[in-house]
Design a protein around this ligand. Structure first.
Ligand SMILES: [Zn+2]
Length: 248
């Protein structure tokens, strides 16, 4: 295989690898976004449940006041009947005093009930508005979630395609370069980079003159700083010389 072809094959491998990494990132981003949306949907459910509970509690408070009022009224009625049957003034006075205490209690309970009824009317209106708003928000989130699911499925298909492209590109590269490339991939995502203005295209290390000459002659040389494989774009465009061994 000529140097030009080797560089092209390695570059194709690099491009395929970057496509895999990019697609994996996108899949991950989608999955994280989906998790956030699922959590938001769940939180809205909890908010709606909380609103319903608050309303139920307010209704229970009203029921309790109504029961208390009915009990006071019943007691008052009994005492009124007793009062009518009493003859002695002292007994009547004591009962009237008791009745006045009940009347006070009834008045307080009626006011508390009135306040609770006004409160629940406001709460009902607020709960309905808030629930409508939350349900709408939840609906939008569910639609977005559905769209995210479709996107994720498409991205996974794309990932499978780029993984196949990578595998194909790998088989195009001579075996010895496959293992060199695979070793580099353990530490960097772009094992092969061009030389730009006499510096490494990845780490910007200045290439020594001796190496520059070899790169110009068509060799793929290893960067002395980051160990990536370096090639000359000029050389690729112009030469079609046999590939030479990388030097370490
Ligand atoms: Zn470098």
């Amino acid at each position: 295989m000529s140097a030009k072809h080797l560089v092209e094959k390695l570059k194709a491998l690099s491009v395929a690898h970057e496509a895999i990494a990019g697609t994996q990132d996108l899949v991950k981003q989608h999955q994280e976004a989906m998790k956030r949306k699922e959590l938001a949907v769940k939180m809205i459910d909890e908010q709606i449940t909380k609103l319903d509970l608050e309303f139920k509690q307010a209704q229970k408070n009203i029921d309790a006041f109504e029961m208390e009022l009915a009990s006071i009224q019943e007691e008052e009625s009994k005492l009124q009947k007793t009062l009518k049957s009493l003859k002695k003034q002292k007994e009547c006075a004591a009962l009237e005093k008791e009745l006045s205490l009940f009347a006070r209690k009834r008045y307080d309970t009626e006011r508390a009930l009135e306040t609770a009824c006004n409160g629940i009317a406001q709460l009902k209106s607020f709960t309905q508005t808030e629930k409508t708003r939350l349900q709408k928000e939840q609906q939008t989130l569910k639609q977005e979630l559905q769209s995210c699911c479709v996107d994720e499925k498409n991205l996974k298909q794309k990932l499978s395609t780029v993984e196949h492209a990578w595998s194909d590109a790998l088989h195009e590269v001579p075996t010895e370069w496959q293992s060199k490339y695979a070793r580099m991939l353990n530490s960097v995502t772009n094992p092969i980079v061009p030389v730009n203005n006499s510096v490494c295209g990845a780490c910007f290390y200045t290439i020594v003159e001796k190496d520059l000459q070899r790169i110009k002659l068509g060799e793929i040389v290893t960067c002395r700083s980051c160990y990536r494989f370096l090639y000359s774009t000029d050389h690729v465009a112009q030469l079609d010389a046999p590939a030479k061994q990388a030097s370490y």
